[in-house]
Unconditional design. Structure first.
Length: 173
């Protein structure tokens, strides 16, 4: 694929990802679902483009999402976790137990940094009030559910990647 087609593909998929992020603020579950869906184009792009172009795509999409998306929580979930499909192949080369630990650590550090930034720097008072009203046991339960969702997302990425590669191989024959 020549560079013009690569840039066009990246632009169209970046626009799609930003629209998905914009729609994420409409329904409550979209806050976490939209960033996951918006990062799926990286599966296609990582097969078609160089690593540097994929990182550029992520950066442009994250900046546009953070700038245009009215739901800042949705936009910043993408900023902090939208790059994961690019990191997943490197993590998957680790042995099973360290791989699971590394993924858990990565997700929890990103989630902690995300909410610290939103509450302490951006002063999203509604989010801070919600965290105070929820209480520590509920916040820990939400974190555990977030970890479960992250592992389901990781499994989805694995299966979609296998499916995409299988289709690519059939088309090459």
């Amino acid at each position: 694929m020549n560079q013009t087609k690569q840039i066009a593909l990246g632009g169209v998929l970046a626009a799609l990802a930003v629209v998905i992020l914009l729609l994420g603020g409409i329904i409550p579950i979209g806050t976490y679902l939209a960033p996951m869906l918006a990062s799926l184009p990286l599966l296609v792009l990582s097969e078609a483009l160089s690593k540097s172009l994929c990182l550029g795509w992520y950066a442009v999409t994250a900046i546009l999402g953070a700038t245009l998306c009215p739901d800042k929580e949705t936009a910043f979930v993408f900023v902090f976790l939208g790059w994961y499909p690019l990191a997943k192949p490197a993590l998957d080369r680790l042995p099973k137990l360290p791989r699971m630990g590394a993924k858990l650590l990565l997700f929890n550090l990103a989630a902690a940094a995300l909410y610290a930034l939103l509450i302490l720097v951006f002063r999203l008072e509604a989010l801070a009030r919600e965290a105070r009203a929820t209480g520590l046991p509920m916040l820990l339960l939400l974190l555990a559910l977030g970890n479960l969702c992250f592992f389901l997302y990781d499994l989805l990425l694995k299966r979609l990647s296998l499916l995409y590669r299988g289709r690519q191989n059939r088309h090459k024959k």
